[in-house]
Design a binder for this molecule. Structure first.
Ligand code: URA
Length: 207
């Protein structure tokens, strides 16, 4: 019957995943789904399965790429990608990005070609709301090593912390409104960090 076929399929997928050394996260998910099939009944397991597949898709397939041109000497760190960034697979290409690069930074004499851009979290949170990241079974902390690698990648002349999440991740300091435009230093190497209010907050205010 269908149930038996699904269970054996999951078993096969599980051992195949082990055999090809898939990351622990995928293996755990497959075994958890298998356990649900055995213990909690078909419908419950099917719902869990669907939820997990959606989560896996978002978590593993959708992290957007960083934009790090070879000659960039300024690092721009945002919070997390929005819808446009997810579609284009590049940070800061939506409305906030245009305000940041085409208005604020270009007026300050900083062209986009000098800037590398990344986000603390490379996955778009539900409804662009970072406080809902846990709904994807993700946390900011698990992405900090990746951010540290990027900070250590080059002798950045300046790191721009765009918004509260970036400020806290880079400097362990809170309060971007108060710190806006001040000079701080990053927690790993002591490079110069200038915090700024997130352009999305400015856009929301004047909407
Ligand atoms: N806001 C961010 O913090 N990062 C992006 O890439 C886009 C919008």
């Amino acid at each position: 019957n269908v149930k038996r076929q699904v269970v054996s399929l999951l078993l096969i997928v599980h051992f195949a995943a082990r055999a090809v050394c898939l990351p622990a996260r995928i293996r755990c998910t497959i075994s958890a789904i298998y356990a649900h099939f055995v213990e909690r009944g078909f419908f419950y397991a099917a719902m869990q399965y669907w939820r997990k597949v959606r989560l896996l898709w978002r978590n593993l397939m959708r992290p957007i790429r960083d934009d790090i041109p070879p000659d960039a000497d300024i690092l721009v760190v945002g919070e997390a990608p929005g819808r446009q960034e997810e579609l284009d697979n590049k940070p800061f290409v939506g409305t906030s990005g245009r305000l940041l690069f085409n208005d604020i930074l270009s007026r300050a004499g900083i062209p986009r070609t000098r800037c590398a851009s990344t986000n603390v979290v490379p996955v778009r949170p539900p409804n662009n709301d970072i406080s809902r990241l846990h709904e994807l079974e993700l946390s900011i902390e698990e992405f900090l090593p990746k951010l540290e690698d990027i900070v250590r990648m080059r002798e950045w002349k300046l790191i721009l912390a765009v918004g509260e999440t970036a400020l806290q991740a880079l400097t362990l300091t809170a309060g971007v409104t108060k710190q806006h435009g001040s000079l701080l230093f990053d927690r790993w190497r002591g490079l110069r960090v200038v915090p700024m209010i997130h352009p999305a907050a400015i856009l929301r205010k004047y909407e």
